[in-house]
Design a protein around this ligand. Structure first.
Ligand SMILES: C[S@@+](CC[C@H](N)C(=O)[O-])C[C@H]1O[C@@H](n2cnc3c(N)ncnc32)[C@H](O)[C@@H]1O
Length: 246
């Protein structure tokens, strides 16, 4: 492990000006990890009862036009795996990851036999470095799972994504919007960032996402994102980003 960390020291990817020096302490990471783990298992129990939970997301369907449909895709914060299964059905080999073992177990059990050869499941907490080899994926996808982190952590996640993508590989993200009525509620813990029902959430505009995506050639950055879950709550204008590693 020590060797791996030495070889993949995220500090070699320099944070943009203003984001330096704000790494959380190891004990803070531990507390965040256990809090997230607990709350997410409960939320996945609730998600299980939603009619959208087994449908590919609107964003995943849109990405069929923009992502490669062969090769290896990493799904971060994949939850119960509806989008992972969609990409596997469309020809990709998918590594479906989440912090919640409970979500991964639900995802495994929902996967039909014919897709199992195209999918792997792995517990992965994004507050920790992403431990995959350099240049091991053709696409990294994150649907509503990268808006839970402070600046330094998000920057490190983006550096890791850049490192593990092959040249020409694609990143596709959908994140919360500042137009979400939840933005501004709960306890304020940072810029456009709030602790709401025990979960830290941040809300983006294209402008506030931009400092984190500078390493990628942009293909799409807009506020035309939709999700079934948010649509039902009258929330539109989610922030979409698709970029290429050059
Ligand atoms: C809003 S859900 C989205 C799930 C899935 N992508 C979907 O669209 O249905 C956010 C997901 O991020 C996962 N998550 C939360 N914190 C995480 C962390 N620190 N590391 C990895 N995954 C995390 C949750 O377990 C959950 O599955």
């Amino acid at each position: 492990m020590a060797e791996w960390l030495k070889a993949h020291d995220s500090k070699s990817c320099r944070p943009p000006k203003g984001l330096e020096g704000s790494n959380p302490s190891p004990s803070a990471i531990l507390i965040i990890f256990f809090m997230s783990f607990e709350s997410w298992s409960k939320l996945h129990e609730r998600y299980e009862r939603q009619e959208w939970i087994d449908r590919p997301s609107i964003f995943a369907e849109q990405m069929r036009e923009l992502l490669p449909l062969n090769g290896d895709l990493l799904d971060l914060g994949a939850g119960q795996g509806q989008d992972s299964r969609f990409f596997a059905e469309n020809g990709l080999r998918v590594v479906s990851t989440d912090i919640s073992e409970d979500a991964l177990e639900r995802s495994r059990s929902k996967t039909p036999d014919q897709l199992r050869d195209h999918m792997q499941w792995q517990q992965l907490g994004l507050s920790e470095p992403i431990r995959f080899d350099d240049a091991s994926f053709d696409a990294v996808y994150a649907h509503m799972s990268l808006h839970y982190f402070d600046d330094a952590t998000l920057h490190r996640i983006m550096c890791d994504i850049h490192r593990i993508l092959r040249s020409g590989g694609m990143i596709a993200l959908l994140v919360n919007t500042v137009r979400d009525p939840e933005c501004g509620t709960g306890e304020s813990v940072g810029h456009d960032t709030f602790r709401i029902h025990g979960v830290m959430k941040r809300f983006f505009s294209p402008e506030t996402l931009r400092p984190f995506i500078t390493e990628f050639e942009p293909v799409l950055l807009d506020v035309n994102g939709e999700s079934y879950k948010d649509h039902a709550k009258g929330i539109h204008h989610l922030v979409r980003f698709v970029g290429r590693k050059v």
